[in-house]
Design a protein around this ligand. Structure first.
Ligand code: IPE
Ligand code: IPE
Ligand code: MG
Length: 239
């Protein structure tokens, strides 16, 4: 069975999970963190190389102030309480997104966590926080331009952008999972997912577990990835 090297997940449905139980939305986010832990350990165990989780989008600042501040609190407490366990499990942690909008305290913890785990050789775990796919493409172009002050923009290539977007040093996501029943990208890794296989699940994120991941991977392994070629070419090439 071909297993994806890189899985990206839009973790959606925390609010609805809570609402169904007449609980505040925040409880859904707390339970969501529990699902994150399960999925991270499982992916590490089965040998996935990279796992990228969408935790907070550039658009999520538009939510009610109280929800945003509780999400920031949860992010901080996860950085304080979970990083040493990740480190023990040989996980390498990387936070992607524009971190300048986070408090100094969160930014400090992010730097410490990345530094602590940078030489780990197990699962590469990327958390997308204040991340937007459009922001990413724009920062990639700016980065390229800063590195190449003498080159005119007409020389910019796809490869230049690919080399400067977030996660450039990792393989592109093979499988995108979105929970919660919606079938959209919501400004996630728009550049990097040009050829990802999409898998949509009606499960709400707090209910997602090891078995759910296995189902998504089983679906992935039945897909034929053609990358623009014909089916015959692909079958022939793989022999
Ligand atoms: C996803 O769950 C988590 C974040 C966006 C932070 P939601 O909070 O979007 O849950 P629903 O979509 O309202 O159920
Ligand atoms: C996408 O979920 C962002 C995250 C999971 C962090 P949203 O719930 O914000 O997406 P929309 O608004 O339904 O598209
Ligand atoms: Mg949602």
């Amino acid at each position: 069975m071909t297993q994806p090297k890189h899985i990206a997940i839009i973790m959606d449905g925390n609010g609805r999970w809570a609402k169904k139980r007449f609980l505040p939305r925040f409880v859904g986010h707390q339970k969501g963190l529990r699902a994150v832990k399960k999925v991270v350990s499982h992916c590490a165990e089965i040998g996935v190389e990279s796992l990228t989780l969408f935790a907070f989008s550039t658009e999520n600042w538009k939510r009610p102030k109280d929800e945003v501040s509780k999400l920031m609190g949860l992010f901080l407490s996860a950085l304080q309480n979970e990083v040493s366990k990740l480190h023990k499990n040989n996980v390498r942690l990387n936070i992607i997104g524009d971190r300048t909008l986070f408090t100094d305290e969160i930014q400090q913890h992010i730097l410490q966590a990345e530094h602590l785990t940078e030489n780990n050789s197990g699962l590469q775990l990327n958390i997308a926080a204040n991340y937007g796919g459009r922001w990413d493409v724009v920062q990639a172009v700016k980065d390229w331009s800063n590195k190449n002050p003498d080159k005119p923009i007409t020389e910019l290539t796809e490869a230049d952008i690919s080399m400067n977007v977030c996660l450039a040093e990792q393989s592109e996501p093979d499988l995108l999972i979105r929970t919660g029943g919606e079938q959209r990208i919501s400004n996630f890794l728009v550049w990097q997912m040009a050829y990802a296989e999409f898998y949509f699940s009606d499960e709400l994120w707090p209910d997602f577990d090891e078995n759910s991941i296995d189902k998504a991977i089983a679906s992935f392994s039945n897909r034929e990835r053609r990358f623009g070629k014909t089916s015959e070419q692909v079958t022939h090439d793989s022999h």
